[in-house]
Design a protein around this ligand. Sequence first.
Ligand code: ADP
Ligand code: MG
Length: 705
Amino acid sequence: MRTEIHTFLQQEIKYLPGVGPRRAELLHKELEIACYRDLLYHFPYKYLDRTRFYTVREIRPDLPAIQVRGRITSMTRVGAAPRERLVMSLSDDTGTVPLVFFKGIKYIAASVRPDTEYVIFGKPTLFNGSLNLVHPEIEPLARQEEGFSVGLQPQYPSTEKLRSHYLTSRVLHKLMATLWAGLPGQIPETLPEGMRSRLGLPSLHQALFDIHFPQTPELLRKAEYRLKFEELFYLQMNVLSSKMYRKNTVPGFRFEHIGQLFNDFYENHLPFRMTEAQKRVIREIRRDLGLGRQMNRLLQGDVGSGKTLVALSAMLIAIGNGFQACMMAPTEILSRQHLDSVSRLLEGLPVRIALLTGSTSRAERKQIAEGLMEGSIHLLIGTHALIEETVQFRNLGLVVIDEQHRFGVAQRAALWQKNECPPHILVMTATPIPRTLAMTVYGDLDVSVLDELPPGRKPVMTYHYYDMARRKVFRFLREQLALKRQVYVVYPMISESEKSDYENLERGFAIIREAFPESEYTVGMVHGKMKNEDKDLMMRLFKSGDLQILVATTVIEVGVDVPNASVMVIESAERFGLSQLHQLRGRVGRGAEQSYCVLMTSVKLSQDARKRIEVMVETNDGFRISEVDLDLRGQGDIEGTQQSGKGLRLQIADLARDGQLLQFARNQAEEILEADPLLNKPENHILKEECARRKTTPINWGRIG
Ligand code: ADP
Ligand code: MG
């Protein structure tokens, strides 16, 4: 019985009556539906409420799609092709409303019978002051009573391409009905009986039926809850069990003591007091490093919270214990900046540092390679170049990955293989990640949070201006420049290959040059296509104060630290994502002066863009911004999820909305794994099976290397 249903669910979708090879190919390409089971797990994204009928008199233009029952009392074709339209009157006891069709006129006109009762379903609109329904669904009442479109009507995700091949939501629903009718038995349960009854969850069979064919809102709600819970629960089971596995089995170097080096640094070289949050996180890291198990820690902290210092402390502990450390940054500019600031902080301490980037010469490379092998280089800073195969360490003890969202998992993995025993890993985020994402995508890491900014920071003040107010903005910039501050002006560079982006940048530069002439102001420009030396020179000139205005693309987005810069102007701000905007804003407000961020946009803004701008103006809190970002973009689009291999593709749960359920599911998973880590108890048999089946997302860091 079980095998029969399994075989059924694994059948290729082309065998489902009504599909066939051509549609099968489309379903596969567009929706990744390959077998019956995939179709069954293609869930509706919303439901139209067709439980209620409206009378004609009740129709108002502000109603959503509604249904009305009545007869077609007249039918006329108005106008001539291609403007021709078909206007029918739908009447019930309370009145008459026009139905208007622009397409498929012939077919519709031919199929409608005057003496039949119809059910109309559509959105009322106001046209030229009178109410009508444009292109409503129209179906004889008799057919409807066969049960197809009663109650809550599911709407399935579809694509333009599918629709053009008549694979509409409605057709998908019909296919679903065909599939369901052919089921050779109950769909096997995937949650333990005990858990289901304890939590009051319907069976999987029931839930799948109700999600596709909901008879009442209550049944639908229960089905959604069960399916969401299950999805999040198994995600957490896998994340937590790989974390447990790693903690119990992957060995790691034991850093016996905190080391003289760190102590010396802390007592004699620190230019400021650490924040309490920094101290706490360093303690957390210190504890990890002493356990003899590999550390995998995610360090979250808002822009400017001082993550680098924490990383440096961890590296000093490693070096003080006789190991090497390396720190990888996403760009050349950042690597150099890290080198500069780390060298400055470590002045006088016996630490040898080297820089390795794409532009390191062959000869230098060779020297570095030797130094690393011998162990005379203690600390290596650099870009992706660090993870090339030729780079070999003598005893790499700790890897710090800065601004991690720029790195792919495969790249991280490469670092692991540089040792017999894997080095400890500290991953730092560029901007905060919503809690729910941290629990899933990075859920098998330990997380530390820097929730405090160094003292004396004034929150950046953010303003939104439309393009036509540019002169006013320029006036403000002049005032700031007169106070000896510096200014960034950033242009969007969505893709390095797009010519128009460079044109915008050049034009922007010209405009700035005109408003801030050479005779009075120094202006520089930096973008990704420049040679590294030139980029570097510009950054250096800006850092040293020799440039007052830096016109740039997002190459300066992450990490760049010039405390005297107090204004960040972002042109075409509507084209940036929220985390980018927040990162860019984080380039100012790093010194003691009041800093400003000016978001320039055109007047026409999409709803989402407006929301992004609004939230930027309203708050400086990166955690809050990340939540809004998640909500606006959806989890599939968030950087970091895409990068975790295939991305986090949830079928029904939504990390922006189901945070509470996620926490609940995590707690359940924790309880179970604590009591039965390997899931060997008979009542957990089902869990073990399901966990194995679903072991694909998220990427399992613990097993790599
Ligand atoms: P981020 O977390 O964004 O990477 P950084 O590590 O670049 O932040 O730190 C931002 C700035 O704050 C740097 O100039 C750094 O020197 C400074 N800083 C870090 N910690 C402290 C502290 N405890 N007190 C004062 N300034 C600090
Ligand atoms: Mg940083």
